[in-house]
Design a protein around this ligand. Structure first.
Ligand SMILES: Nc1ncnc2c1ncn2[C@@H]1O[C@H](COP(=O)(O)OP(=O)(O)O)[C@@H](O)[C@H]1O
Ligand SMILES: [Mg+2]
Length: 230
Protein backbone atom coordinates (compact mmCIF):
# COMPACT_ATOMS: atom_id res chain seq x y z
CA UNK A 1 0.00 0.00 0.00
CA UNK A 2 2.80 2.41 1.02
CA UNK A 3 6.43 1.85 0.21
CA UNK A 4 9.16 4.29 1.23
CA UNK A 5 12.66 3.85 -0.20
CA UNK A 6 15.86 5.53 0.85
CA UNK A 7 14.20 8.59 2.36
CA UNK A 8 16.55 11.41 3.39
CA UNK A 9 15.74 14.75 5.05
CA UNK A 10 18.17 17.55 5.82
CA UNK A 11 17.46 20.74 7.74
CA UNK A 12 20.18 23.03 6.40
CA UNK A 13 23.41 21.11 6.92
CA UNK A 14 21.90 18.89 9.60
CA UNK A 15 20.90 15.42 8.45
CA UNK A 16 17.63 14.44 10.19
CA UNK A 17 16.84 11.20 8.28
CA UNK A 18 19.12 8.80 6.44
CA UNK A 19 18.19 5.81 4.27
CA UNK A 20 14.70 5.19 5.67
CA UNK A 21 12.89 2.20 4.14
CA UNK A 22 9.32 1.42 5.23
CA UNK A 23 6.51 -0.78 4.03
CA UNK A 24 2.84 -0.70 5.03
CA UNK A 25 0.67 -3.54 3.73
CA UNK A 26 -3.10 -3.40 3.26
CA UNK A 27 -5.12 -4.46 6.32
CA UNK A 28 -2.34 -3.72 8.79
CA UNK A 29 -1.09 -1.32 11.43
CA UNK A 30 2.60 -0.51 11.16
CA UNK A 31 4.23 1.49 13.91
CA UNK A 32 7.31 3.68 13.83
CA UNK A 33 8.61 4.09 17.36
CA UNK A 34 11.43 6.23 18.65
CA UNK A 35 12.48 8.76 21.26
CA UNK A 36 11.80 12.48 21.10
CA UNK A 37 13.88 13.96 18.25
CA UNK A 38 14.52 10.62 16.51
CA UNK A 39 12.91 11.88 13.28
CA UNK A 40 9.39 10.41 13.44
CA UNK A 41 7.52 13.60 12.50
CA UNK A 42 10.11 14.38 9.81
CA UNK A 43 9.43 10.97 8.26
CA UNK A 44 5.68 11.64 7.99
CA UNK A 45 6.20 15.19 6.75
CA UNK A 46 8.62 13.92 4.11
CA UNK A 47 6.14 11.28 2.91
CA UNK A 48 3.51 14.00 2.27
CA UNK A 49 6.12 16.45 0.95
CA UNK A 50 5.60 19.10 3.58
CA UNK A 51 9.38 19.09 4.12
CA UNK A 52 12.03 18.79 1.41
CA UNK A 53 13.31 15.25 0.96
CA UNK A 54 15.02 12.83 -1.35
CA UNK A 55 14.01 9.22 -1.90
CA UNK A 56 11.03 7.41 -3.33
CA UNK A 57 7.45 7.08 -2.02
CA UNK A 58 5.05 4.67 -3.73
CA UNK A 59 1.39 4.81 -2.68
CA UNK A 60 -1.09 2.34 -4.18
CA UNK A 61 1.33 1.59 -6.98
CA UNK A 62 1.84 5.25 -7.90
CA UNK A 63 5.05 7.17 -7.44
CA UNK A 64 3.95 10.17 -5.32
CA UNK A 65 7.51 11.31 -4.48
CA UNK A 66 7.14 14.59 -6.35
CA UNK A 67 3.44 15.35 -5.82
CA UNK A 68 2.38 18.43 -3.84
CA UNK A 69 0.93 17.81 -0.36
CA UNK A 70 -2.67 18.62 -1.33
CA UNK A 71 -2.50 16.21 -4.30
CA UNK A 72 -1.15 13.48 -2.03
CA UNK A 73 -4.04 14.01 0.39
CA UNK A 74 -6.53 13.92 -2.51
CA UNK A 75 -5.00 10.64 -3.65
CA UNK A 76 -6.11 9.20 -0.29
CA UNK A 77 -3.07 9.40 1.99
CA UNK A 78 -4.03 11.47 5.02
CA UNK A 79 -1.82 12.64 7.90
CA UNK A 80 -3.28 13.37 11.35
CA UNK A 81 -0.58 15.69 12.68
CA UNK A 82 1.16 15.80 16.03
CA UNK A 83 -0.77 17.92 18.52
CA UNK A 84 -4.12 17.19 16.76
CA UNK A 85 -4.47 20.66 15.13
CA UNK A 86 -8.25 20.78 15.30
CA UNK A 87 -10.05 24.13 14.97
CA UNK A 88 -10.56 25.24 18.56
CA UNK A 89 -13.06 27.97 17.69
CA UNK A 90 -15.28 25.74 15.59
CA UNK A 91 -17.78 23.20 16.92
CA UNK A 92 -17.27 19.46 16.58
CA UNK A 93 -19.71 19.39 13.67
CA UNK A 94 -18.02 22.33 11.93
CA UNK A 95 -14.63 20.64 12.34
CA UNK A 96 -16.01 17.61 10.52
CA UNK A 97 -17.30 19.92 7.77
CA UNK A 98 -13.76 21.23 7.30
CA UNK A 99 -12.58 17.64 6.84
CA UNK A 100 -15.14 17.07 4.08
CA UNK A 101 -13.91 20.03 2.00
CA UNK A 102 -13.64 18.05 -1.22
CA UNK A 103 -16.46 15.68 -0.42
CA UNK A 104 -19.38 17.84 0.71
CA UNK A 105 -22.13 15.92 -1.13
CA UNK A 106 -21.51 12.91 1.15
CA UNK A 107 -21.29 14.98 4.33
CA UNK A 108 -24.41 13.64 6.08
CA UNK A 109 -23.58 10.00 5.49
CA UNK A 110 -19.90 10.39 6.39
CA UNK A 111 -20.52 12.43 9.54
CA UNK A 112 -23.12 9.86 10.63
CA UNK A 113 -20.45 7.16 10.35
CA UNK A 114 -17.96 9.24 12.34
CA UNK A 115 -20.50 9.77 15.14
CA UNK A 116 -21.22 6.04 15.18
CA UNK A 117 -17.53 5.33 15.59
CA UNK A 118 -17.05 8.08 18.19
CA UNK A 119 -20.18 8.29 20.39
CA UNK A 120 -18.33 10.77 22.62
CA UNK A 121 -18.23 13.24 19.73
CA UNK A 122 -21.94 12.81 19.04
CA UNK A 123 -22.72 13.93 22.60
CA UNK A 124 -20.65 17.09 22.02
CA UNK A 125 -21.68 17.89 18.48
CA UNK A 126 -22.19 21.64 19.14
CA UNK A 127 -19.33 22.10 21.59
CA UNK A 128 -16.27 24.14 20.57
CA UNK A 129 -13.23 22.05 19.67
CA UNK A 130 -11.08 23.91 22.19
CA UNK A 131 -13.30 22.86 25.10
CA UNK A 132 -12.93 19.11 24.43
CA UNK A 133 -10.63 16.89 26.49
CA UNK A 134 -7.35 15.77 24.92
CA UNK A 135 -8.77 12.36 24.07
CA UNK A 136 -11.87 13.86 22.49
CA UNK A 137 -9.71 16.25 20.45
CA UNK A 138 -7.71 13.28 19.18
CA UNK A 139 -10.93 11.49 18.24
CA UNK A 140 -12.09 14.63 16.46
CA UNK A 141 -8.79 14.88 14.57
CA UNK A 142 -9.16 11.26 13.42
CA UNK A 143 -12.86 11.79 12.66
CA UNK A 144 -12.06 14.86 10.60
CA UNK A 145 -9.48 12.86 8.62
CA UNK A 146 -12.08 10.13 7.96
CA UNK A 147 -14.41 12.74 6.41
CA UNK A 148 -12.02 12.86 3.43
CA UNK A 149 -12.52 9.10 2.90
CA UNK A 150 -8.79 8.31 3.08
CA UNK A 151 -7.38 5.05 1.74
CA UNK A 152 -4.63 5.14 4.35
CA UNK A 153 -3.99 7.12 7.56
CA UNK A 154 -0.76 8.25 9.16
CA UNK A 155 -1.11 9.22 12.83
CA UNK A 156 1.58 11.30 14.56
CA UNK A 157 1.68 10.53 18.31
CA UNK A 158 -2.06 10.15 18.92
CA UNK A 159 -1.43 9.08 22.54
CA UNK A 160 0.58 12.18 23.50
CA UNK A 161 -0.69 13.72 26.73
CA UNK A 162 -3.60 11.29 27.14
CA UNK A 163 -4.49 9.27 30.24
CA UNK A 164 -3.95 5.49 29.86
CA UNK A 165 -7.69 4.72 29.80
CA UNK A 166 -8.28 7.19 26.96
CA UNK A 167 -5.23 5.86 25.07
CA UNK A 168 -6.94 2.47 25.25
CA UNK A 169 -10.14 3.91 23.79
CA UNK A 170 -8.39 5.75 20.97
CA UNK A 171 -6.19 2.76 20.12
CA UNK A 172 -9.21 0.45 20.05
CA UNK A 173 -10.79 2.66 17.42
CA UNK A 174 -7.52 2.68 15.44
CA UNK A 175 -7.54 -1.12 15.54
CA UNK A 176 -11.11 -1.19 14.21
CA UNK A 177 -10.09 1.01 11.29
CA UNK A 178 -7.23 -1.11 10.01
CA UNK A 179 -9.23 -3.61 7.95
CA UNK A 180 -10.50 -0.83 5.70
CA UNK A 181 -7.77 1.75 6.19
CA UNK A 182 -4.18 0.66 6.79
CA UNK A 183 -2.36 2.75 9.35
CA UNK A 184 1.15 4.06 9.89
CA UNK A 185 1.24 4.86 13.59
CA UNK A 186 4.08 7.04 14.89
CA UNK A 187 4.57 6.81 18.65
CA UNK A 188 6.91 7.52 21.54
CA UNK A 189 4.60 5.28 23.56
CA UNK A 190 6.21 2.11 22.23
CA UNK A 191 4.36 -0.26 24.52
CA UNK A 192 0.86 0.90 23.54
CA UNK A 193 1.77 1.10 19.86
CA UNK A 194 3.40 -2.35 19.63
CA UNK A 195 0.40 -3.92 21.33
CA UNK A 196 -1.94 -2.96 18.49
CA UNK A 197 0.54 -3.02 15.60
CA UNK A 198 1.30 -5.90 13.24
CA UNK A 199 4.79 -4.74 12.35
CA UNK A 200 7.18 -2.17 13.83
CA UNK A 201 10.22 -0.09 12.99
CA UNK A 202 12.55 1.45 15.58
CA UNK A 203 13.92 4.85 14.61
CA UNK A 204 17.10 6.07 16.29
CA UNK A 205 18.86 9.32 15.41
CA UNK A 206 17.40 9.44 11.91
CA UNK A 207 17.98 5.79 11.02
CA UNK A 208 15.98 2.56 11.32
CA UNK A 209 17.91 0.51 13.86
CA UNK A 210 15.56 -2.47 14.00
CA UNK A 211 12.40 -3.82 12.37
CA UNK A 212 10.31 -6.90 13.07
CA UNK A 213 6.84 -8.23 13.77
CA UNK A 214 5.40 -6.13 16.58
CA UNK A 215 5.11 -9.13 18.91
CA UNK A 216 8.81 -9.89 18.45
CA UNK A 217 9.76 -6.28 19.22
CA UNK A 218 7.67 -6.46 22.40
CA UNK A 219 9.79 -9.46 23.44
CA UNK A 220 13.12 -8.04 22.25
CA UNK A 221 15.52 -7.38 25.16
CA UNK A 222 17.13 -4.27 23.62
CA UNK A 223 13.71 -2.77 22.82
CA UNK A 224 12.42 -3.63 26.28
CA UNK A 225 15.40 -1.99 27.97
CA UNK A 226 15.28 1.15 25.88
CA UNK A 227 11.60 1.78 25.18
CA UNK A 228 9.50 -0.38 27.44
CA UNK A 229 11.07 0.34 30.82
CA UNK A 230 12.93 -2.98 31.15
N1 LIG B 1 12.04 22.55 10.80
C1 LIG B 1 13.16 22.09 11.37
N2 LIG B 1 14.33 22.77 11.28
C2 LIG B 1 15.45 22.29 11.84
N3 LIG B 1 15.54 21.14 12.51
C3 LIG B 1 14.41 20.42 12.66
C4 LIG B 1 13.16 20.86 12.09
N4 LIG B 1 12.21 19.94 12.41
C5 LIG B 1 12.85 18.97 13.12
N5 LIG B 1 14.15 19.27 13.28
C6 LIG B 1 15.16 18.42 13.96
O1 LIG B 1 15.17 17.14 13.35
C7 LIG B 1 15.26 16.10 14.31
C8 LIG B 1 14.06 15.18 14.21
O2 LIG B 1 12.87 15.89 14.62
P1 LIG B 1 11.42 15.25 14.53
O3 LIG B 1 11.24 14.65 13.20
O4 LIG B 1 10.45 16.29 14.96
O5 LIG B 1 11.54 14.09 15.62
P2 LIG B 1 10.39 13.32 16.45
O6 LIG B 1 9.09 13.53 15.77
O7 LIG B 1 10.85 11.89 16.43
O8 LIG B 1 10.42 13.88 17.84
C9 LIG B 1 15.39 16.79 15.66
O9 LIG B 1 16.75 16.90 15.97
C10 LIG B 1 14.79 18.16 15.41
O10 LIG B 1 15.35 19.11 16.27
MG1 LIG C 1 7.33 14.26 16.47
Amino acid sequence: MLKVEDLEVKYGVISALRGINLNVKAGSIVTLIGANGAGKTSTLNAIVNSVKKSGKVIFNGNNISKLKTDKIVKSGLCLVPEGRKIFINLTVHENLKMGAFNNSENFDELSHKVYERFPRLKQKINQMGGTLSGGEQQMLAIGRALMGEPRMLMLDEPSLGLAPKIIGEVFEIITELKEDIPILLVEQNAFAALQIADYGYVLENGEISLEDEAKNLLGNDAVRAKYLGG
